[in-house]
Design a binder for this molecule. Structure first.
Ligand code: IPE
Ligand code: IPE
Ligand code: MG
Length: 241
């Protein structure tokens, strides 16, 4: 059952958390939970597309997640490569542009190759953007933007040009999310009430929705509850309404 939602967010982002706990509850290893989580990704993508959400971003692997045991990290990377390749037909069917955002230098070459093939293939799809945040962290993003600005300034100084003006918009243009509107709604599964180094700049005025549901159990009705909650929020952006 879905409800009447008038105010559909332009950009929804999901911190897909709780795979390990889900697996443990069932007496399995953590990777079993990550595997099951792929089905939830499919359901979320389909539902977002159905609802007319223009941008869906999914936090799949943080910079800090590299610190997990090798077995889990390599299992996750293999799973990502397979999951991405398996979605080729879905992207075509639903006219979805796919891309990843994060530090690509840290990712395995075969995964990057698969991803880049699909990024090129889906470049002109325009009904929805699906962005998978992979080897991403908010501080990494801000730092890489700051160092790019440093380079631009160094080049300008070398050529005797004035230093480029820096304001919020121009800085946002140096972030890895350039061209993507800030998330209107961030959903976090598994009940944790923290940001875990995600979209620190972009989430300045994002609405949060936290659910106890573990990611492998997250389905359309859970997504719908988040949208209903968003629909009832009054966003003020620091001003008076
Ligand atoms: C989220 O699930 C997926 C990743 C962070 C890669 P977790 O693996 O964090 O699962 P929990 O939080 O330990 O249950
Ligand atoms: C956040 O989950 C990262 C992803 C969902 C990819 P974590 O499980 O890594 O976050 P913490 O450690 O509980 O803050
Ligand atoms: Mg977790």
């Amino acid at each position: 059952m879905t409800s009447e939602i008038i105010n559909i967010p332009t950009h929804v982002s999901i911190i897909m958390d709780g795979n390990g706990r889900w697996a443990h509850k069932k007496g399995h290893k953590r990777l079993f939970g990550h595997n099951a989580g792929v089905e939830s990704v499919r359901a979320a993508v389909e539902y977002a597309r159905e609802k007319g959400i223009r941008y869906l971003s999914l936090f799949a692997f943080s910079e800090e997640n590299w610190g997990r045991p090798d077995e889990e990290v390599s299992g996750l990377m293999a799973l990502m490569a397979k999951a991405v390749a398996d979605e080729r037909a879905t992207f075509a069917k639903y006219d979805i542009r796919f891309r990843i955002i994060g530090n690509r230098e840290q990712l395995p070459e075969d995964l990057v190759a698969t991803v880049e093939e699909l990024e090129a293939e889906t470049l002109s799809n325009s009904s929805m953007d699906l962005i998978v945040m992979l080897s991403y962290s908010g501080r990494w993003d801000i730092l890489q933007a700051a160092s790019r600005y440093g380079e631009i300034c160094a080049n300008a100084a070398r050529e005797g040009l004035p230093l480029p003006y820096l304001d919020q918009d121009s800085f946002a243009g140096l972030l890895s999310t350039d061209g993507i509107p800030d998330p209107d709604l961030i959903i976090r599964t598994s009940g944790e009430q923290r940001i875990s180094n995600y979209m620190l700049w972009q989430a300045a005025y994002t609405e949060f929705y936290i659910t106890e549901v573990l990611w492998p159990d997250f389905r359309k009705n859970d997504f719908d509850r988040a949208l209903v909650s968003f629909n009832n929020r009054q966003r003020r952006f620091g001003k008076l309404k």
